[in-house]
Structure formats: structure tokens, C-alpha cells
Design a protein around this ligand. Structure first.
Ligand code: NDP
Length: 335
């Protein structure tokens, strides 16, 4: 079976030269393990960070190491009672056609209830990130205004729709007309294009009463446009800064940090970074219960882009980071 191994640390956007495709025999499971055939691989922005040799909340992928990632897979062999052959499970098989994993860590899915790909998006880690970051840190109140960018992606789309469920006004920011139209289908009250000429003016018109919660996914010029519009006691869950994950953006003009500090003082802002895993114990059961109900009732809609084939993983990854994707990016690896 084939897998992507990191061959070099990318400079800017990753290229094919940064990976080796390695072929290995399909393993047999040891006690407690299951062998899984990958059906779908999730592609997420954090993977770009794992390609760099920088200190972060998780260690980088070693040179020669398997590219990590969440997967929906079929159990093909098992030495554990936790799963049975034929089960469809959520695991962490990485950019590979097969994986061998501890069976106890797998979540058995019910594909008859909801499509299995949702376990990688709206009902998976990205959806949970939105739920936990928005409710635990953003704390939107009825009548308040919530803004989010990368708003058609799995995190942003859930942030806006949960904000609506909680009675807030939702402003979505995304790249391009097609995504703006999708935001309206999702029920966002306002949909803005950050690639348009005047985001600051558009934000002012869309949020005449200011912004109470800005769920930060991107950083860069979007953050700079939002900052002056934040209200007194505004909350900013800092979830990601995808505008600069390739390290190429000119991102921090001189004095910008002082400006942020000054505004956080004069507006009594709460700016709080988080990694979703810190909330798993306290909130994951609630998330699965609420979000599954909302997806089934149609209160939360989602868009997925399913790219076909192991060979297209890298192109799909770059498209997701650059924004030429359309919704949660997953790659179909096996039938
Ligand atoms: P998406 O699938 O939405 O993909 C990223 C999107 O970011 C792109 O499609 C693009 O959308 C947008 N984007 C890229 N560059 C820019 C830019 N320069 N300016 C504005 N927007 C840009 O990603 P996810 O929903 O999976 O993740 C969203 C964020 O959440 C990321 O920052 C990610 O790292 C973070 N995250 C954090 C977690 C945590 O625990 N803290 C967990 C999971 C995700 P568009 O075309 O609309 O611009």
C-alpha cells in the first residue's frame, strides 16, 4: 500500500518534491490493533504546521515520517473486540491507503445515520472546534453580532450557524462570489468577500452596531479590518491564522502589535487562543449530541469537496490552503 512520507521541509506552498511515495506490504494486526483500509482522508490546515520544524503544540512530522491525518476507514483485520471486520471507523491513519492502529482509539461510525465523511468535518474535529471555541470562549448572546472568516470551511460554516442557533447575527467572510453565495444558503445574515476591494467598508455596512465576537481563523488583512469594528467587551477566540501558514504573507506591519494591545485595553477585549483538544473532555459528548441533531434537522448545513484519488492529495491540500476549494476538503482514497 502507498503512503506519503515527508521528504523535505517545504518552503512556502508544499510541492511534490517535498514528499516520497512509499510502498509497503499490508501489515497484520498485533494484540489490541486493527488494520484499516482508508476510505476517506481529511485535509486540514494544521497539517502545514506539521511539515515545519517549528516548536508548536504538537511535534512536527519527522523527515521520512508518514504525513498525519484523520481518516474514515474500513476494518479489514482486527486483534481486538473493540471493532469488527467490516466496521467503518474514524481513525488517524494519515496520508496512506492502509493503516494499523490501536483499536481502542477508533470511533465506530454508523453510515446509515449520517454520511461517513461528516466524521471528518461538521461532526468531527473541525465541527467540534467551532462548537467549543464559539460556546466556551466566544459566548455569543442573543442579539449580538458574530463574525468569522474562512466561513464556508468546516470550522467557519459551523461557527456562523451555531451563532444563529444561539440568536446572534452572523457575518461570514469568504473568498469569491461562489463562496459568498454558499454563505447565504447556510443562513448567514451577511456574506462578505475578503478578496473584494473594500473589506473595511463592507464590514462597517454589515455590522453597523459593531462586532461582539470575532472567531479568528485567518489573521492578516481580515483581522486588521475587523479589529477596529470590535465592540466593548468583544471576545476573540483565536482558532487559526491560515493566511500565513505557508509563511509567505506580509502579515505584521510595524506597530500592529501595539495597536492590538491598545485596542484590547480600551475595549476590554478578551483575546484567547485555544486548541480544540483542551475542550474534548468537557464538551465532546455535548457536541456530538447537539451537532448530530442540528445536522439531521437541517439547522446546520455543510458543504464537502470530495477529491478523488490518492494521487491528488497534495493538489487538494494546496487548494484547501489557498481557498480554491469549496467546503470541507476530503480525499476519497478507497471504494
Ligand atoms: P478551511 O477548509 O476553511 O480552509 C482554509 C480556508 O482559509 C481557505 O479555504 C480560504 O478560504 C481561507 N484562507 C486562506 N488564506 C486566506 C487569506 N489570506 N485570507 C483569508 N482567508 C484565507 O479550513 P478549516 O475550516 O479546516 O480551518 C479553519 C481555521 O481553523 C484554520 O486556521 C485552522 O488552522 C483552524 N483550526 C484550529 C483548530 C484549533 O484547535 N485551534 C482546530 C481546527 C482548525 P476562502 O476562500 O474563504 O478565503
Amino acid at each position: 500500500y502507498r503512503s506519503y512520507r515527508l521528504a523535505a521541509r517545504p518552503q512556502g506552498a508544499p510541492t511534490a518534491d517535498d514528499f516520497d511515495i512509499v510502498s509497503k506490504p499490508i501489515p497484520t494486526p498485533r494484540e489490541g490493533q486493527a488494520v484499516l483500509r482508508t476510505l476517506y482522508l481529511s485535509l486540514d490546515p494544521y497539517m502545514r504546521g506539521r511539515m515545519d520544524d517549528a516548536k508548536s503544540y504538537a511535534p512536527p512530522v519527522e523527515i521520512g515520517g508518514l504525513m498525519v491525518g484523520a481518516t474514515v476507514s474500513e476494518v479489514v483485520a482486527t486483534e481486538s473486540d473493540a471493532v469488527a471486520v467490516g466496521d467503518v471507523v474514524l481513525g488517524y491513519g494519515g496520508w496512506a491507503e492502509y493503516s494499523v492502529e490501536d483499536a481502542a482509539g477508533l470511533r465506530v461510525l454508523n453510515p446509515d445515520e449520517v454520511p461517513m465523511t461528516t466524521a471528518l468535518g461538521v461532526l468531527g474535529m473541525p465541527g467540534f472546534t467551532a462548537y467549543a471555541g464559539l460556546l466556551a470562549i466566544g459566548k455569543p448572546q442573543e442579539g449580538e453580532t458574530v463574525a468569522v472568516a474562512a466561513a464556508t470551511g468546516p470550522v467557519g460554516s459551523a461557527v456562523g450557524q451555531i451563532a444563529k442557533i444561539k440568536g446572534a447575527k452572523a457575518i461570514g467572510i469568504a473568498g469569491g462570489e461562489k463562496k459568498v453565495a454558499l454563505l447565504k444558503e447556510f443562513g448567514f445574515d451577511e456574506a462578505l468577500d475578503h478578496r473584494g476591494d473594500d473589506l473595511r467598508g463592507a464590514l462597517k455596512a454589515a455590522a453597523p452596531d459593531g462586532i461582539d465576537v470575532y472567531f479568528e481563523n485567518v489573521g492578516g488583512p481580515v483581522w486588521q479590518a475587523v479589529l477596529p469594528r470590535l465592540n466593548l467587551y468583544g471576545r476573540v477566540p483565536v482558532c487559526g491564522m491560515v493566511a500565513n501558514y505557508n509563511g509567505t504573507a506580509e502579515f505584521a506591519p510595524a506597530g500592529s502589535m501595539e495597536k492590538v494591545m491598545r485596542m484590547s485595553l480600551t475595549k476590554s477585549l478578551t483575546i484567547r487562543g485555544f486548541i480544540q483538544s483542551e475542550f474534548v473532555e468537557a464538551m465532546h459528548d455535548d457536541f456530538l449530541r447537539d451537532m448530530t441533531a442540528w445536522v439531521k434537522s437541517g439547522d446546520v448545513k455543510y458543504q464537502e469537496e470530495v477529491v478523488d484519488g490518492f494521487d491528488n492529495v497534495l493538489d487538494a491540500f494546496n487548494a484547501m490552503l489557498e481557498g480554491t476549494n469549496f467546503g470541507k476538503t476530503v480525499v476519497k482514497i478507497g471504494e
